[in-house]
Design a protein around this ligand. Structure first.
Ligand SMILES: [Ca+2]
Ligand SMILES: [Ca+2]
Ligand SMILES: [Ca+2]
Ligand SMILES: [Ca+2]
Length: 386
């Protein structure tokens, strides 16, 4: 059933064609656009099932706006848009999601709005969100945040910077800092399993190096490894060879134009296994098994904000760089490329990971994964209402 939308005609036209690639096993429908095309729109997004109904929703954050898109039967609808006074707005808003108060509803922590503090948005039973300023100042250009259970008590804890500090969840989404702050210059961090201890560790990255802060099991950190990298990179973690240890995937911008993949050895060390040539500046990466062959693939949003490079993993840390999805940008402001965000999730529940791109000023483009589906087979596309 088509959604009632002024976009209806445009959506019909878009989904009539696919983006398929000669010699490549993966295929995607032309995307649908979700959200208002606007300046200062969504700069980062997280696909997450907010209300445990089995359908993946989207949380988006811009410089001073938080947007919630609910997925109802494959239709994404923006149900919540919370705008803070702009004031000083961070260059690179960050967000993380988890149920911090154990009420079965996913909450959101974001760095946005005037004052550059970490904001907790607690999801209420009616699906709205209540904002609470956590009073933790954030670094202006590259604020960072993660939510992860660092001490195995079943509660999502908070990691912030700069400096790097772990805040333990006291049980109801109240947080208390532990340990000595890690004073170190870095531009990004990620939480993952890199030391093989079974506890989530923290990996920081800066120009020239990646540092591993091993979690002692209590959330207290100890520096356990360093890995040299050529230039400023943005780091993500994923397990590309299925050994239970997270590996690095990093963007290397001008002048290298690489996505670098390095396999973790479980001791805090990494060895480069592949360099994916992206041609133009890679901005953001994510990872997921696009073709359901059991090996995690790499998805990179490129700096022109118009293309997404898909590279299929071979299970050994090497990749076959492949097709580029074309992001539809049109209308006023479309010619101004901005750092896009990219993520994957099965938005329509067909068992295939779909790709989504936050284009910043043109809303979120969702590419439905059609890999393995006969082109003759017609079924309803993912539909949207603004
Ligand atoms: Ca909650
Ligand atoms: Ca691995
Ligand atoms: Ca794969
Ligand atoms: Ca899907």
């Amino acid at each position: 059933m088509w959604s009632v939308s002024s976009l209806g005609v445009a959506i019909c036209a878009l989904v009539s064609a696919e983006q398929s690639f000669s010699g490549f096993p993966i295929r995607f429908a032309n995307p649908v656009l979700v959200g208002e095309p606007q300046v200062l729109g969504v700069a980062q997004m997280v696909p997450v099932d907010l209300d445990a109904d089995g359908a993946v929703d989207i949380v988006g954050v811009g410089s001073n706006v938080l947007q919630i898109y609910r997925n109802r039967g494959g239709t994404l609808r923006r149900v919540h848009s919370l705008t803070l006074p702009p004031g000083a707005i961070p260059f690179d808003p960050q967000l993380a999601t988890a149920d911090v108060d154990s009420n079965g509803l996913v909450d959101v922590v974001a760095v946005m709005g005037g004052g550059i503090h970490y904001q907790l948005f607690r999801q209420q039973t009616d699906g709205t969100f209540l904002r609470e300023d956590l009073g933790i100042p954030a670094e202006f250009y590259f604020p960072k945040v993660a939510l992860a259970d660092v001490n195995a008590d079943g509660l999502a804890d908070l990691v912030t910077s700069d400096p790097l500090i772990v805040h333990l969840n006291q049980g109801a989404g109240e947080f208390a800092a532990i340990g000595e702050p890690v004073v170190e210059t870095f531009t990004h961090f990620r939480v993952g399993q890199v030391s093989g201890t079974g506890h989530p560790d923290i990996v920081t990255s800066a120009s020239g190096q990646v540092l591993v802060h091993e979690n002692q099991g209590t959330g207290l950190l100890a520096l356990s490894g360093t890995h040299s990298v050529p230039i400023l990179t943005r780091t993500d973690l994923a397990d590309f060879n299925a050994d239970g240890i997270d590996d690095l995937v990093q963007t290397e911008p001008v002048p290298l134009h690489h996505v670098r993949v390095s396999l973790g050895d479980g001791q805090g060390g990494f060895a480069t296994s592949d360099l994916i040539d992206t041609g133009i500046r890679p901005e953001r990466t994510t990872a997921g098994d696009l073709d359901n062959d059991g090996w995690v693939d790499v998805i990179a949003a490129l700096g022109d904000a118009r293309t997404v490079l898909l590279s299929l993993g071979g299970g050994d840390g090497t990749f076959v760089p492949g097709p580029q999805l074309a992001v539809p940008l049109a209308g006023p402001g479309a010619a101004v490329p901005f750092i896009p965000d990219v993520d994957v999730a099965d938005m329509d529940g067909d068992g295939r990971l779909d790709v989504m791109v936050a284009t910043y000023n043109q809303g979120i483009a969702i590419f439905r994964n059609r890999t393995g589906v006969s082109p003759r087979f017609k079924d309803n596309p993912l539909q949207t209402v603004r």
